[in-house]
Design a protein around this ligand. Structure first.
Ligand SMILES: *Cc1c(COP(=O)(O)O)cnc(C)c1O
Length: 231
């Protein structure tokens, strides 16, 4: 058994190593502590240890934790349900999991109503699991759609690698970076002003691969919050 502080230290060390190996600055990568399985006490402990970005995948938990710790950065990383979006818009500093045009439209309306611009990432499908995420070939259409929404600001892309070995994860993250580069050129060529700087890729078992391929954000849950996480 380890303490949260010990686990956070060891994650921080590995993040530094992965940055060094990739020739990147530590300050280029933001670590998001995914607190979806823990309560307010553990969040308080994490804040004490120096974590200030948290990820939640259920709107009600986001509300509860955001409202308990409103000065921390709360990221929404879960499946979007239209009826629940009202709870997320404005509370989430960044929504990582947007991939449907209808949800983008609803975020735009909700953000307009409270007078903000909501930052989002577009989630891309990993190409293997037929779960969530926009398919590669539909990414440009989705980005173009969002570019017309005044209260939605796309900051980059997010992906979840299939559960597999490290080389599968690495290939998935490389593909996302290349997809981002291609999309960025395409948008620029059409005069669309959108900066796809952020790449949210990497979780407890593959964040080093994410950092190696250019992740600007890694979403780490178990390696920080689970007392029996073995790595
Ligand atoms: C739960 C979750 C994570 C964190 O996963 P761990 O394996 O616990 O690090 C990251 N991203 C998303 C979208 C998640 O749902």
């Amino acid at each position: 058994m380890t303490t949260l502080e010990q686990r956070w230290e060891s994650v921080e060390e590995s993040v530094e190593e992965a940055c060094a190996a990739a020739g990147r600055a530590r300050s280029d990568v933001r670590v998001i502590g995914v607190s979806k399985t823990v309560g307010l006490d553990a969040v308080a402990e994490a804040i004490e240890a120096g974590i200030h970005d948290f990820g939640e995948n259920r709107p009600d938990e986001l509300v509860r934790k955001h409202d308990a710790f409103p000065s921390e950065n709360w990221h929404f990383i879960g499946n979007i349900q239209s009826r629940q979006l009202e709870k997320v818009v404005g509370r989430a500093c960044l929504i990582h999991s947007l991939y449907q045009e209808s949800h983008a439209d609803k975020i735009d309306r909700l953000a307009a109503a409270v007078g903000i611009v909501q930052d989002v990432l577009i989630e891309v499908n990993d190409g293997e699991s037929n779960k969530q995420g926009v398919a590669d070939e539909n990414l440009i259409a989705m980005l173009t759609h969002c570019a017309a929404l005044k209260h939605v600001r796309v900051k980059g892309l997010m992906i979840m690698a299939p559960i597999g070995d490290a080389s599968v994860a690495r290939a998935t993250f490389k593909r996302l970076r290349e997809l981002r580069d291609a999309a960025q050129s395409d948008l620029a060529a059409r005069g669309i002003d959108m900066e796809l700087h952020e790449l949210s890729m990497g979780m407890s078992n593959d964040y080093s691969e994410g950092i190696g391929e250019g992740a600007t954000m890694v979403r780490i849950g178990r390696a920080i919050f689970s007392a029996d996480y073995a790595g």
